[in-house]
Design a protein around this ligand. Structure first.
Ligand code: AMP
Ligand code: ZN
Length: 467
């Protein structure tokens, strides 16, 4: 029986054994991007951590239902789309598309749902109405609706706030604010001129939802009122997650999530990478400098999620060497295996397998898991040097690496293959040729060429090559 996973729960500040409440499917919510710009690699540190968590939960044997929201309406998105003179939806679509392309480049597995805030306003209004009914919310003179934190004694539990000096009734309207400004926070913001065309009707007048209510409404919509894990970066603890808990639990009387997992920041020279500080790189910036998505993933993955990750370009160089070492090992194993079916693994490999799982089960101890991987490489080379690794054993180690890569997703080389649209066009061209529709086939060949690829008809079928 595999070791039960344990995770550090921000709610209790303790490492606790974890199991999904129904014993089968982990229901998990992850705060997603605000799509007002390209995400930076600090954001991707959070998404890679959540990907490691998701992949490990599946590796351990559970199913996962993960929801990641797209915040496509908040103070910033409105401000920026107006400055650009583009409707909100059009403005955010571009960055949402870029976000998904970046997820693919970083081999981040897709969540089951990506709800957009603007498509769930009725759910948010319903939740606010529930809070009004129960007396946890009130409408201010300008038509905004606020959550009354005084009514919710557990306020501050997640972030361990000391509310002793609190001024009752003080309010904050911004989506993001500091602990010094703790107060009643906006659930619904009455329309004002800065909002331009962005507004919805509600029982309290025209306006738009606050940021925090978005996540409460969407998590409950897709995962139920109480689910297993809620994640985000450390900066989300206050006010965002504190407010999510207050709104959701005040409405339902049930815990929103049992486990809260937060990753530490990606930092540059000691400071959090952020748009505001201007010390950021997007994934595009990194790729343009000649590094790959695979190498970037390795860097984002290799530091334990609760430790600050100091980003440097040297660390990408170290990732490249580590990956070359792993590629060399795999290639040598393939030679030794010579296509033999996997047999029983040698003892040192079976030991590494257990060490790998147990490390990750210990609050995603990635250093331990990578140590198990590099021990496997060392022992494997030794066995091959001594001619002591039989082909079925080499096959078993290869199978093990493939299995581990379901969690790590760094072991397969960058394919650098044709993009899907080129593959699709090649398939259509082949169908056209079979139907002797030569005109269409030629048109498709030209389309493929325009994208920088070439179809070569070989005895084994058509092959795509870069021109
Ligand atoms: P945002 O788009 O700012 O809401 O951030 C999206 C996600 O990235 C959230 O989970 C944040 O906590 C996380 N995040 C933002 N900056 C960093 C950073 N420098 N390091 C790690 N995670 C971050
Ligand atoms: Zn959120």
């Amino acid at each position: 029986m595999a070791t039960t996973p344990r995770f550090f729960n921000t709610l209790t500040r303790a490492t606790e054994p974890f199991e999904p409440s129904d014993g089968r499917t982990v229901r998990m919510y992850t705060c997603g991007p605000t799509v007002h710009d390209f995400a930076h690699i600090g954001n991707f540190r959070a998404y890679v951590f959540e990907d490691l968590l998701r992949r490990f939960l599946r590796f351990h044997g559970w199913a996962v239902r993960q929801v990641m929201n797209l915040t496509d309406v908040d103070d910033k998105t409105i401000r920026k789309s107006r400055a650009a003179g583009v409707p909100l939806r059009e403005y955010t679509r571009r960055f949402a598309d870029a976000f998904f392309a970046d997820l693919d480049a970083l081999r981040i597995e897709r969540a089951e749902h990506y709800p957009a805030a603007t498509e769930h306003v009725p759910e948010m209004i319903a939740l606010i109405a529930r809070l009004m009914e129960k007396g946890f919310a009130y409408r201010s003179d300008d038509g905004s609706v606020y959550f009354r934190i005084e009514r919710f004694p557990a306020y501050g539990r997640l972030s361990r706030l000391d509310l002793a000096g609190l001024k009752p009734g003080a309010r904050v309207a911004q989506d993001e604010y500091e602990k010094e400004h703790v107060g009643d926070f906006a659930l619904w913001k009455a329309w004002d001129e800065a909002d331009g065309e962005v507004a919805w009707d509600s029982p309290w007048g025209r306006g738009r939802p606050g940021w925090h209510i978005e996540c409460s409404a969407m998590s409950m919509r897709y995962l139920g009122e109480s689910f297993d894990i809620h994640t985000g970066g450390q900066d989300n603890i206050f006010p965002h997650h504190e407010d999510e808990i207050a709104q959701s639990e005040a409405a339902t009387g049930r815990p929103l999530a049992r486990f809260w997992l937060h990753c530490a920041h990606l930092v540059v020279e000691g400071q959090k990478m952020s748009k505001t500080l201007g010390n950021f790189y997007t994934l595009r910036d990194v790729l343009e400098r000649g590094w790959t998505g695979r190498e970037t993933r390795y860097v984002l993955l290799a530091t334990h999620y609760r430790q600050n990750l100091n980003f440097t370009f040297e660390s990408l160089g170290a990732a490249r060497s580590a990956l070359e070492r792993l590629d060399g090992f795999r290639e040598r194993l393939e030679e030794v295996a010579g296509g033999a079916a996997a047999g029983a693994p040698p003892a040192w490999a079976a030991e590494a397998q257990k060490a790998f799982h147990d490390a990750l089960a210990d609050d995603l101890n990635i250093s331990g898991a990578l140590a198990a991987l590099f021990d496997l490489v060392r022992d494997g080379h030794r066995a091959m040097d001594a001619g002591r690794l039989a082909p079925p054993e080499a096959g078993a180690v290869l199978a093990m690496l493939r299995e581990w890569d379901r969690v790590l997703a760094v072991l397969t080389p960058e394919t650098d293959g044709p993009p899907t649209e080129v593959v699709d066009m090649a398939r259509l061209r082949e169908e056209a040729r079979r139907a002797r529709n030569w005109g269409e086939a030629d048109r498709l060949r030209a389309g493929i060429a325009a994208l920088g690829w070439e179809v070569q008809d070989t005895p084994g079928g058509p092959k795509l090559r870069r021109k």
